[in-house]
Design a protein around this ligand. Sequence first.
Ligand code: KIV
Length: 271
Amino acid sequence: MSLPMTVPQIARTKRRSGAEPIVMVTAYDTPFARIVDEAGVDLILVGDSVGNNVLGLESTLSVTIADIAHHTRAVSRAKTSAVVVADMVWMSYHTTTTTAVENAAELVRAGAQAIKLEGGRKRLAVIRAILDAEIPVMGHLGLTPQSVHAMGGMRVQARDKLAAEELLADAKALAAEGCFAIVLEGIPRELARSVTEAIDVPTIGIGAGPDTDGQVLVLHDLLGLNSGPAPKFVRHFADLATAARDAVSGYSDEVRRGTFPSDEESYHAPK
Ligand code: KIV
C-alpha cells in the first residue's frame, strides 16, 4: 500500500517544478472509492455531481449538505491513500460565514480532509473563515455549475479579455488567501495556461485543456456509465454501461432458461 497523499503535498505539486500531473476523480460510494484508490489517483472528490450521476437529479442545485456528508462517509470507509475532498453544495456557504464553517465541519466529521467551494473574490471571507477552522479549501473557478442560472446555462466561461482578466484576478486572490488548489472548469485552454503560470498552487482542469497542473473527471463519465450526449472534454475510458447491461441480461437469460443456479451453486442437506 502506498503512503497516504496529503493536502500539503498536493499544494506543492506544480508541473513547472517537474512534478507529474495531479489525478483527481469523483467517487460517491465505498466500492468505487476503493477501485479509484487502487488505481492510484491522488484526490477523490465527493462532488455535488452526485446529484446528476447517482441521485437522478437534473442539476446539482437540489443536492444538500446531508447528501454530501452521507456519500463522504461511504467514501471515507474505503480508507483511501488518496485525499478525500467533499463539495460544499449550493447555499451551504452563501448566507453567513458561521453557517459555512459549520457545514464544512460536518463534511470533515464525515471523513473529508478538505472541502471545495465555487467562486472567486466574493467568497474570500468564507474561505478565510473555513481556513481559520483548520479546514483546507480547494477553489473552483470558470464554469461553476452552482451558478448555472446566473451564467445563462452551462457554457464555456471567460472567452473575452475582460472576463479572462477577472478570472485571473480571482485565481490570484484564492491562491493568496490560502486555497491549496484550484479547479478550473470550462474555460479556454490559453487562459487555463496563464492562470497555471501565474499562481503557485496547482490548478486542476476539467474542460480547460492539458496545460493545468492536474485533471479531474466525473467517474461515471470516464467509465462510460452515463447515457446521452457528453461535453467534448469527456473521454470514455471504458463502456461499463454496456458491460453491466450484458451481465444482467446474461443473468436474466440463465434464470429464465433454468440454468442458474446450477447444482454446484446450491447448498445440499446433509446425507
Ligand atoms: O461536482 C463535481 O464533480 C465537480 C467536478 C466536476 C470538478 O465539481
